[in-house]
Write a protein that binds this ligand. Structure first.
Ligand code: GTP
Ligand code: MG
Length: 149
């Protein structure tokens, strides 16, 4: 039994990477980097959920296109567990703009532009908790149940 205990982050493989059949390769990089996949599902965001998810960017000029893109096709949503999960996943993802992403990062390898950048990762523990509970509403209950076993 080698599942990693630690803190959580929330991640999504974005529509561009799902459409390009990169799910397996990206999950493999995530697991090889030491994360445990704690919950996972494939779903397509509705436009309203997309607008809610990226509400923090609602004043930015790219907001409309960003929401349309994230709702354009299925995503793989997941909760990942690791020590320093939020920061370590952001490092593994690489910079928002793949032209600035470090070699060996997910965005350097799989993203094609700042708009189509392959993966999302929460930017704080608070965002990770909010995003995880939004996409996996029963998860807290399940954790409480299994933690007594
Ligand atoms: P996410 O994991 O998707 O949240 O990316 P991020 O945390 O690296 O970036 P951020 O939250 O600042 O922005 C959300 C998304 O908006 C990014 O993934 C980009 O696709 C898009 N975005 C951010 N800044 C810009 C920008 O200056 N121009 C354009 N065209 N898109 C941007
Ligand atoms: Mg972000």
């Amino acid at each position: 039994m080698n599942r990693i205990q630690g803190k959580y982050t929330f991640s999504m493989i974005k529509p561009d990477a799902v459409q390009a059949n990169y799910i397996g390769a990206i999950l493999s990089m995530i697991e090889k980097a030491g994360f445990s996949i704690d919950a996972i599902t494939m779903l397509q965001l509705t436009p309203i959920v997309a607008e809610h998810f990226y509400a923090v960017h609602s004043d930015r000029p790219f907001y409309k296109a960003l929401c349309a893109f994230i709702a354009s096709a299925p995503v793989v949503a997941m909760v990942l567990q690791k020590k320093n999960a939020v920061a370590d996943l952001r490092r593994l993802m690489g910079a928002t703009n793949p032209t600035e992403a470090a070699d060996g990062t997910i965005r350097k390898i799989f993203a094609t532009s700042i708009d189509y950048n392959a993966i999302h990762g929460s930017d704080s523990d608070e965002a990770a908790a909010l995003e995880s509970s939004f996409f996996f509403p029963g998860r807290d209950l399940l954790l409480k149940k299994t933690s007594t076993i």
